[in-house]
Design a protein around this ligand. Sequence first.
Ligand SMILES: NC(=O)c1ccc[n+]([C@@H]2O[C@H](COP(=O)([O-])OP(=O)(O)OC[C@H]3O[C@@H](n4cnc5c(N)ncnc54)[C@H](O)[C@@H]3O)[C@@H](O)[C@H]2O)c1
Length: 270
Amino acid sequence: MPDQIKIAIAGFGSVASTLIKGLQFYKSSTEGLWHPKLAGFDITDVVVTDIYDIDPSKVGKKVSVVSDYKVDSDLIIQPGILEDPISHNFAQTGGVKSTSYQDMVSSLKKRNPDFLINLISSGMDKSGEKYSKAALEAGCSFFNATSSKTVNDQTRSAFSSKGLMILGDDLMSQFGGTAFHRGMMEFITHRGIKIEKAYQLDVGGNKDTQNTMAEEIREKKRKIKTESISVEIPYPFKSTAGTTEYAEQLGNSRVSKRIFGLYNRDGFVS
Ligand SMILES: NC(=O)c1ccc[n+]([C@@H]2O[C@H](COP(=O)([O-])OP(=O)(O)OC[C@H]3O[C@@H](n4cnc5c(N)ncnc54)[C@H](O)[C@@H]3O)[C@@H](O)[C@H]2O)c1
């Protein structure tokens, strides 16, 4: 068994920076960490080896000097790959800085991470797919933390035939809107109440929420979040969950509102 898990990250935004800060923060104390030990590894065994992005204001710079995130690391952000049309935001702020698929594969082969984690912007489906291909070709496992559909029977068997893993899709925070919503539904069901309908409406102020405002991306994410929430309940009910609005003044925080329509044997409860 290796003594470290080396990870490379595609997309240095709010989640990637929080991940790196978390790895540093929990080195001194694991209090509050959900799984201090996993499969024999602890947090000090996880090492970030490489970071890729396409934002020209980040590529070529040290992680520590990229504004907003305040991450203490000397890693230099390398150019990633781009297969999707660039979003309105990128077009407005001077385009992208990317590299070729072959260069990406060579970089992964040279650096040899155990995992490539996909944390690129929402809606970049083709780029995410290309990153998974590059990981497969380079011989590293892949974790798709975005809501783009990447993991299916075909990709699973392609990775496992090479002794690699593909994980995803999407990720759920330890205590975010989706985790809380699912927990509430479990509790309601456990108390013998039937859920007739449920909504989770999120308003956020970060860049990813802004990207999600594009109608096509919003629809796709809503479908995935709705499915992920409905999975808790063993019967069909009307459910909607997803990002509803971008409010810049919220910055990196998010406000999540949940509404349930509940019934018991006597009729409507709330
Ligand atoms: N914030 C959450 O709680 C949460 C939860 C689950 C999933 N996610 C997903 O994680 C992803 C990242 O979220 P975030 O809040 O960090 O977003 P973000 O907008 O802060 O960061 C995304 C980064 O990806 C970069 N990027 C875009 N296309 C790229 C490409 N082709 N190659 C390399 N880099 C690229 C952007 O330049 C940006 O720096 C999103 O897809 C989001 O849906 C986030």
